[in-house]
Design a protein around this ligand. Sequence first.
Ligand code: C5P
Length: 325
Amino acid sequence: MCHWPDGQSILARAPAKLNLHLEVLGRRDDGFHDLETVMVKLDLHDTLQFRTINTDANVDESSIQLDCRYSSPFFQSDVSSPPPIPVDESNLIVKAARLLQQTTGVTQGAHIELVKRIPVQAGLGGGSSDAAATLVALNQLWGLNYSTAELSQLAAQLGSDVPFFIDSSTAAVCRGRGEIITPVTIRGNFPVILAQPGSGLSTPTVFKKWSELSSQKACRSVEPLLEAMSSGKTNSVARLLFNALQIPAEQLNAQLKQLISLFQKFALPGTLMTGSGSCCFGICQSFRQATSISSLLRTAPFSRVCVTTLHHNRMHHGYYRSTYQ
Ligand code: C5P
């Protein structure tokens, strides 16, 4: 988060996430599913600029104005245009701003400019991250002094993944429906190739498919992965990747299945779908390997591709440069 020198605007980075582990523990009475998932933040990010409303411009002082444009890396080689992003009250950014206004009674509004790099319906948490960035930035812009715990409570009302993005940790185990956050250690960094088939997947549909297919299997433990993450052993992390939603998602999206098979041909240390899809990722041994495989993937007609790394808050961890910057 960075303040413009005029003191009236704030620039925020909203990082994407990956699920390195996602186990579904069961369906709840409220229609959600109990999860145990490990999420990590990525260097790939949307950018949001927040400004106070110019009252000279004859607009309602409390209005929330959202402008959005797409940027690279995923969309530059796109065969089809990316889907339009709604800028009305249905956008999670506007919902976050409205929730903060309603909760605090604040009468100020905001002008928000979103530069969208994270694809939608990808399982990369772009919408959730944008909403979290909005809560944090407007808390500052409007001088509200809400604590992180208070912002997290509001975040949980907006979506299951939003509290993870309020938390400052790079990695966390998220439980409940995803909103109960326990930060965990991840040492080192590694390049990640992200690729998305031409079509996205809706989260409720994937969970529904999981329910249809689920059997009484023992739940997969997260502990070996956490150990590998804290010891910085990238190959062990890659070997322990797991996502219970991948098989249901593959059954719903034939292109996703094709993309996973293609990824497997490259014999990377680890490959997985993130969240409820449809984006897949591969953990690479070197930046060179990531760049050459991403060039091959880009020739596949259905893939949006980019190379990124983990987003560590402390700069000295971020020794890989993402190719989209
Ligand atoms: O919380 P969020 O709004 O992101 O959830 C979107 C949908 O995904 C929910 O309405 C639900 O159908 C499904 N979901 C779920 N269990 C979760 C998270 C999401 O069933 N833990």
